[in-house]
Design a protein around this ligand. Structure first.
Ligand SMILES: *Cc1c(COP(=O)(O)O)cnc(C)c1O
Length: 371
């Protein structure tokens, strides 16, 4: 079976160096927020060309801590997308603010034109949480124009898009802050949960550092209502020694698999991703739109030995958690494109351990699809 993520192959690649990390951290006698986390933060900031990186417990917290660092208030409205991991909206709801949903574009990413109309029409919208979904970068030039024109605070959700670029810029550099998830399936996934916040602002970095650690400014001095959202030394050590060194290679591998799919899959019942030339995706997922039923397509692929998934089958706006009367949100459009993705999108395996034979098997299975 060709699986969506191969953690067993990942383990055989990293197990020697990960054992070293375990020994090093064990021998150091320091387990939470120490040298390894600092080193990881420095390594990541250098890699992304940002001034500050702040490790935390997961991607959800990275989003919420960023919003809280930007002083979001319960009555603020936040533009976001209905097609994402639920965590994107959950982070907004947990701050007490109101998510405002617009539709996605034809690649499944938040529609920046609809964002502009929303910002024009409602000055109460002060924040935006755009998502670089599937590893595809949003148009950073347009996003930066919106930010300046409407003075919008932006937290970029880069959970799926570490190292993705639009023109010469990495995602995460337009927003006031950006959130990255280190959840195992992500492009830089650790051996458990983890997250990172990036920012250019020293004061925002300081606030995020305080919020991740009970809102402390010094030991036992609590200035803010914070979180327990720390990255531990062991995860950071493994990231430093075993995972970060492969990130560039693994990203290039994903890109080359994507090229093979884009060239090899030729089926009028399948629509492939189509990005503008400035958009350099890191292919966290390889999303296709199919004609026919998702369930039948999934079964067809399984019959050819290929696992697939849907990202995402239920729009955030339709989740039960949002239907309770005390949850406030707004929907500004008909969400036609988002619904189309929920009903027709399929993700093909694109992890860095796929062999040429397996890639060809996926292509062949797609080309055999009829209904
Ligand atoms: C994974 C993910 C998150 C949440 O990250 P966790 O580390 O699982 O909390 C948020 N947004 C997007 C787009 C994601 O894919």
């Amino acid at each position: 079976m060709i699986v969506l993520n191969d953690f067993v192959k990942q383990w055989s690649l990293i197990k020697n160096s990960a054992q070293n990390s375990l020994n090093r951290v064990g021998n150091s006698g320091w387990l939470i927020l120490g040298k390894e986390v600092e080193q990881f933060e420095t390594n990541l900031a250098n890699l992304l060309g940002v001034k500050f990186a702040i490790g935390c417990a997961n991607g959800l917290d990275a989003l919420e801590i960023s919003l809280r660092s930007l002083n979001i208030k319960p009555n603020d409205k936040v533009l976001t997308t209905p097609l994402s991991a639920f965590a994107t909206t959950l982070a907004i709801l947990k701050t007490g603010a109101t998510p405002v949903f617009v539709d996605v574009d034809n690649q499944g990413l938040i529609d920046l034109n609809q964002c502009e109309s929303a910002l024009q029409n409602d000055p109460a919208i002060r924040f935006m949480v755009p998502v670089h979904l599937y590893g595809h970068p949003l148009n950073l030039k347009d996003m930066s124009i919106l930010k300046k024109k409407y003075n919008t605070k932006i937290v970029e959700d880069c959970a799926q898009a570490i190292l993705a670029r639009f023109a010469d810029d990495f995602v995460g550099n337009v927003g006031d802050m950006a959130a990255i998830s280190l959840y195992p399936t992500k492009n830089l996934g650790c051996l458990g949960d983890g997250g990172v916040i990036t920012t250019e602002s020293e004061s925002l970095a300081q606030m995020a550092r305080s919020l991740r650690d009970y809102g402390q400014t010094q030991k036992y001095v609590h200035e803010f209502i914070g979180f327990n959202s720390r990255l531990d030394e062991l995860q950071a050590a493994i990231l430093n020694e075993s995972l970060l060194p492969h990130l560039k290679n693994h990203t290039e591998k994903r890109m080359s698999i994507a090229q093979a799919y884009l060239q090899g899959i030729k089926n009028p019942l399948i629509t492939l991703p189509s990005l503008t030339k400035d958009a350099q995706s890191v292919w966290h997922l390889f999303p296709i739109l199919i004609q026919g039923s998702q369930k039948a397509f999934g079964q067809h692929m399984l019959n050819h030995g290929v696992q697939t998934a849907i990202h995402y089958p239920i729009l955030i706006t339709e989740q039960k958690a949002l239907q309770s009367t005390d949850v406030k949100f707004e929907i500004l459009a008909d969400l036609k494109n988002a619904k189309h993705f929920a009903n027709q999108q399929i993700s093909l395996p694109i992890h860095p351990f796929l062999t040429t034979e397996e890639i060809n098997q996926v292509i062949h299975a797609c080309n055999q699809w009829i209904f």
